[in-house]
Design a protein around this ligand. Structure first.
Ligand code: PEP
Length: 232
């Protein structure tokens, strides 16, 4: 079974949610589909679709104005949470240590963290992709518990650009090997960065790719459904 995760980022309202989730409900797929909504849209009728969040506090509760805890997400029936998305690393200065603590907070509350890692264009252009990704991976993952890893090259997010098949293959081999070396062959690996209805199937056929993380194209059914259908 493949995993297709939509990340709405800071987009969408209740009407958009209603339209997309109803369309997903009517779609037959053997794969798992998850929609990571903004916090305000998580509650309400989710039409049986698996819901994820886009961030989680490192803390359990208390004086952390504006933050949302794992317990709160669990209470809202959230099954997955994205942690360490490059936009949070960039705009909120989230380090690997913070990402790891957030992943642990999710696991503690029975929520599966989707831990994002990926190189910048500068790191890619100086031939450091594999070493950067491996370091980010090993510093961001918790020592135990269920989690997913999403490889998202920063330069590919929202840009319409994707790595070549060989580049994706090499990075996934690096990630798979690093996880294998610590006894974690069970971790699902996703690719994210400008996935669309035309490239999803090809990316999904690359060894060790268990699914995709989709940003922009997950907002509307006419762009999200073709991705899901192409993978089925
Ligand atoms: C993302 O936000 O995680 C992402 C992959 O975005 P996009 O699909 O728009 O590149």
């Amino acid at each position: 079974m493949k995993i297709i995760v939509g990340n709405w980022k800071m987009n969408g309202d209740n009407e958009d949610k209603e339209i997309l989730l109803k369309a997903l409900k009517n779609l037959r797929t053997k794969n798992e589909v998850v929609v990571c909504l903004p916090f305000t849209l998580i509650y309400g009728n989710n039409h049986g679709i698996t819901i994820g969040a886009q961030d989680i506090s490192e803390h359990d509760n208390g004086a952390y104005t504006g933050d949302i805890s794992g317990q709160m997400l669990k209470d809202a029936d959230v099954k997955y949470v994205i942690v360490g998305h490059s936009e949070r690393r960039l705009y909120h200065n989230e380090t690997n240590t913070i990402v790891k603590t957030k992943a642990m907070a999710a696991i503690k509350n029975g929520i599966v963290p989707i831990i994002c890692i990926g190189e910048t264009s500068e790191e890619k252009n100086t031939g450091r992709t594999n070493s950067v990704v491996k370091k980010m991976l090993l510093e961001s993952i918790p020592g135990q518990g269920e989690y997913i890893v999403a490889y998202e090259p920063r330069w590919a997010i929202g840009s319409g650009k994707t790595p070549t098949e060989d580049e994706i293959k090499a990075v996934f081999e690096t990630i798979h090997k690093a996880l294998h070396n610590i006894g974690r062959d069970d971790v699902a690996l996703l690719y994210g960065g400008s996935v669309n209805g035309k490239n999803a199937k090809q990316i999904m056929n690359i060894p060790h790719v268990d699914g995709v993380l989709v940003g922009g194209a997950s907002l509307k059914s006419d762009t999200f459904l073709p991705i899901i259908k192409s993978i089925d």
